[in-house]
Each structure stands twice: as C-alpha cells, then as structure tokens.
Design a protein around this ligand. Structure first.
Ligand code: PLP
Length: 407
C-alpha cells in the first residue's frame, strides 16, 4: 500500500490551504472521497436513476439492481450471513437509534440493565438514556482503566442476569483504543444479553467479521470510509431484525394496507420506509470496492502504525498531553499546556493542517479526563509520517506563538 499514490486518487487533497499544501487530519469526523466514488455517484445520476422497487421500467430496475447490489456488497464486506441482515440507514447515529427504539423498548422491563463504557460517543449513549427513561431500565458502566483500556474482568463484574443489552464502541473516537468486542460479546451472551457494536471508527480501518465477533448488531457510517454522507448501515442478526417493529412507517416498508391496519415487509425493507438513499448506497458500494482493493488488512496496519508514530512523535514535545494508551489505531487526541485546543486548531489551519478541536461528542468522557475539550488528529490511508512531521512542527510553532503571546 502506497499512501502517496492513493492520495492522488482524492481530488480534494490536491490543493493548498492558507498557502500550504493541505494536510487533512480530520478523518475520524469524515474522510475524503476518491475519484471513483465521486464518479460512481455521477454515473448513477447520469444513467441509472429512478425510484427503486416499485417500477417496471428499465431505469427503475437498474436503480433497484444498483441499490440491492450495494446491500449484497455490504453483507460480504461484513461477512454477514445474508443481505437481509443489512439495513441501510442515514449513518451510525440512525442505526443505533433503530436498535434503541425498536429492539430495546420491546424487550426492556423496569430494573433491566443496559451496559455501556465511559468512552461512548453521544450516538451510542443518548439513545440508551432515552430507552432507559422510557422503560425503567438502568444504565451501568464498565469501569475504564486510567489510560482508557477496558479489562474483561471489569466487563464480567459489571454484567448481571438483569443485563439485557451491552453496547460498546469498537474503536474510541477520542482514545483510539480498540475494545475487545468479540470477548465482550461472549460475556454478554453468557448472561443472555445482546451485543451492540458501534463500528463508526472500526469499519473504515479494519476487517470486520460480524460472525466472528458474534455481535447481534453492528453500526457504521459510509462517510468515514470514503463513501458519501447520508448513508450508513445497521447490521442485525436476522432472527432479531425480523422480530423488531419498524421505526418509520409509510411507503416501501409495507406488505398489505387497508384503511385501519397494515402489515410490514420482512427485514431489512421494513426498516427502510420511504424512498431510500439510493445514490448513497451506490457511493458506499464504490467505496467498499476501493477499500477492498487497497486491502483492509493493509489499511489496518497503516492506521495503527501511523497512530503510534504520532503518539511517540507528539509525546516527545514538551507541554503535550496525550490521552489514551500507546496501543491504538487511527488517531491521537492531545492538549498543549495552557493553550485552548480551538486556538491550537486555528494556528494549525494557518499552516494548512486540518485537525478537530472540541469534545468530540463525548462530553462525559471529557469530564472523566478532566478537560472540557481536546485537539484530535485522525489519519487515513492517504496520510503519511511526513504529515505527522508537519503536525509536530506546527505544534511547536503554535507553542512558540502562544508562549510569546502569553509571556
Ligand atoms: N460513533 C462514533 C464512535 C463516532 O466517532 C461517530 C462519529 O463521529 C458516530 C458514532 C456517529 O456517526 P454519524 O455522525 O456518522 O452518525
């Protein structure tokens, strides 16, 4: 895998920002798109677009083939047992909301437990808070080590016979830590609970095999893995999906309707009410082809190596505090002593370097880390050690700039 060659396939990366060649290090928020994904969407709109499923004309059947073909591609990408286990959603957030609204509210009783970790993104936290409020269930948290790791003995100690749902992020969007979701799933199943995995930060970077993990649900977003915005996936085991109520009612998702009642299609179509995200699915399929050709194992090695390289490089700069263990993937989260992360990000932008600053949709985790915000540099397959060097040099510059300003 050659990141510099891959970078050439991303038109947006070939530009200067504030007089410097762009270094894009905000991939955990959203990745950029290769030419072939952009082309696939344009080609679809120029040649094949129509509404899916209902039509008998040629364009309708081409659009339907493209949409359902994308579903088969996602099923293979995740090693799902069937394409009927793949629900297209707007992203990770809406996928997790489907589970929390439909599955959780049907099974949870007062006093039942939903188990999370302290590092969950708001998308894998607030839906569960709301499900708990609606049902009388309670939230419990697996303790986290000071460096951000989750130990299996702590998982075991947190689960009880009242645990009905365990929902954990596969990779933390703040700490970069990879959680042992396969082992956690086994412990959850031993208690009779279902295992939900937030895959927003793992699907872009590593081979995901939902049958090997043996999770019951897995959610991810297309836009973080070279696909377009507005498309994501909920994987669910078919026997669970088929027992779940839809969350949106209307066209496309019904089997039979009369004036007073209606019945639903089988999964996944019962969860896709209304005109679905057809062009998004086409773009996601092109992104999966691209990533598969590059090789998910290669991407995994690259993302982990670059994150550790950045961790070591930034650790060597006086005044930098890093969050999370060295063993990580995809990103580094840090602060510069005495300088607000928004100011750090602003100075870096003047150097053409795009990073993110804020709470990263993890406010409770920020409080646990004793900060209100951090800076975050996140990497993808087109980033290099050279990009990390530019980041490090710009941080030293920021330190000097604010050092003088403060001093
Ligand atoms: N979960 C994690 C770990 C994330 O990093 C994100 C996005 O940053 C999400 C969930 C939500 O993804 P989306 O905004 O695409 O729904």
């Amino acid at each position: 895998m050659n990141p510099l060659e891959l970078r050439k396939q991303f038109p947006i990366l070939d530009q200067e920002v504030n007089g410097h060649p762009l270094v894009y290090l905000d991939n955990a928020a959203s990745s950029q798109k290769p030419r072939r994904v952009i082309d696939a969407i344009v080609r679809y709109y120029e040649h094949d677009h129509a509404n899916v499923h209902r039509g008998v004309h040629t364009l309708a059947s081409r659009a339907t083939d493209a949409y359902e073909g994308a579903r088969e591609k996602v099923a293979r990408f995740l090693n799902a047992a069937s394409e009927r286990e793949i629900v297209f959603t707007r992203g990770t957030t809406s996928a997790l909301n489907i589970v929390a609204r439909s599955y959780a509210r049907a099974v949870l009783r007062e006093g039942d437990e939903i188990v999370l970790t302290p590092m969950e993104h708001h998308a894998n936290l607030i839906p569960w808070q709301q499900a708990a409020k609606a049902t009388g269930a309670v939230l419990r948290y697996i303790p986290m080590q000071p460096d951000g790791r989750i130990l299996l003995e702590d998982v075991e100690a947190t689960l009880t016979d009242r645990t009905k749902i365990v929902s954990v992020t596969h990779v933390s969007n703040v700490l970069g830590v990879v959680n042992p979701v396969k082992e956690i799933a086994a412990l959850a199943h031993r208690r009779g609970a279902v295992m939900v995995v937030d895959g927003a930060q793992s699907a872009p970077h590593m081979k995901v095999d939902v049958r090997d993990i043996d999770c019951d649900f897995y959610a991810f977003s297309g836009h973080k893995m070279c696909g377009p915005t507005g498309i994501g996936v909920l994987y669910g085991k078919l026997d669970l999906l088929d027992r779940m109520e839809p969350v949106e009612y209307g066209g496309e998702m019904i089997e039979h309707v009369d004036y007073y009642d209606a019945t639903w299609k089988e999964s996944p179509w019962r969860f896709e009410g209304g005109t679905p995200i057809i062009a998004g699915a086409v773009g996601l399929a092109a992104a999966i082809d691209f990533l598969t050709e590059v090789g998910m194992d290669e991407i995994d090695r690259h993302s982990a190596a670059l994150a550790r390289y950045a961790y070591d490089r930034l650790s060597a700069i006086e005044g930098v505090t890093l969050y999370g263990p060295r063993e990580r993937t995809g990103l580094v989260t840090f602060n510069l002593d005495g300088i607000h992360p928004h100011d750090v990000a602003t100075v870096l932008d003047t150097e053409g370097i795009a990073i993110r600053a804020g709470h990263h949709c993890c406010q409770p985790l920020m409080r646990k880390l004793g900060v209100t915000a951090t800076a975050r540099a996140s990497f993808y397959l087109y980033n290099t050690e050279e990009d990390v060097e530019r980041l490090a040099a710009a941080l030293i510059k920021a330190k000097e700039f604010f050092g003088h300003a403060i001093g």
